[in-house]
Design a protein around this ligand. Sequence first.
Ligand SMILES: CC(C)(COP(=O)(O)OP(=O)(O)OC[C@H]1O[C@@H](n2cnc3c(N)ncnc32)[C@H](O)[C@@H]1OP(=O)(O)O)[C@@H](O)C(=O)NCCC(=O)NCCS
Length: 182
Amino acid sequence: MNLRSERLLLREWKDEDVVPFIRMNDDPKVVRYIATFTDRTAIYRWINAQRDHFKEHGYGLWALELPGSGEFIGFCGLAKVPYQAHFTPAVEIAWRLNASYWNHGYATEAASSALSFGFERLGLSEVVANSAVQNLSSRRVMERLGMSHSPDEDFNHPLKAEGDLLLRQVLYRIKARDWLAQ
Ligand SMILES: CC(C)(COP(=O)(O)OP(=O)(O)OC[C@H]1O[C@@H](n2cnc3c(N)ncnc32)[C@H](O)[C@@H]1OP(=O)(O)O)[C@@H](O)C(=O)NCCC(=O)NCCS
């Protein structure tokens, strides 16, 4: 199912998204605080996994399109956390934008639509988000959404090795009752 926010279309992935998505992930600014894809095959596998997630759960990480130009500018959405940690099982919210579209409020706008869908339509009771401790832009999105952070919930990412600069992660949470009361 697609969603519409004030300035964005949140839609399922098209084959035409592959090239701009590869270009976006080739930008060192975009992947500074996140895991990079090892090769093109991993990118195709990841997009197919998003399509499967939509089929299985009825939600996922939506591709973000600017209505009018039809331009692909990134993704944002909801997904089952794909690893075990102290807060799982859980549904997380995540985002990644082409750097040309940072600082316009698009990530927060798309995330607000995704959270409304998650709480109002899917009936989720809580959504979490995590990022590398140093990823302040992403943490500001979480904070603008009204998500809360307890330092005692910070954790080492189970898919990262000791010594990895992105090992230490912050965890933010928002409950349905708090979102719906905002
Ligand atoms: C994380 C990421 C999506 C945040 O992007 P962003 O542009 O900072 O966030 P938004 O799109 O919500 O834009 C908000 C910013 O735009 C500013 N802004 C400018 N015009 C605006 C407008 N018309 N409406 C709302 N905000 C506006 C806001 O003040 C805010 O800036 P601030 O954080 O310095 O206060 C982006 O940095 C990114 O894609 N990073 C790479 C991938 C990544 O790390 N993903 C997260 C993994 S955990």
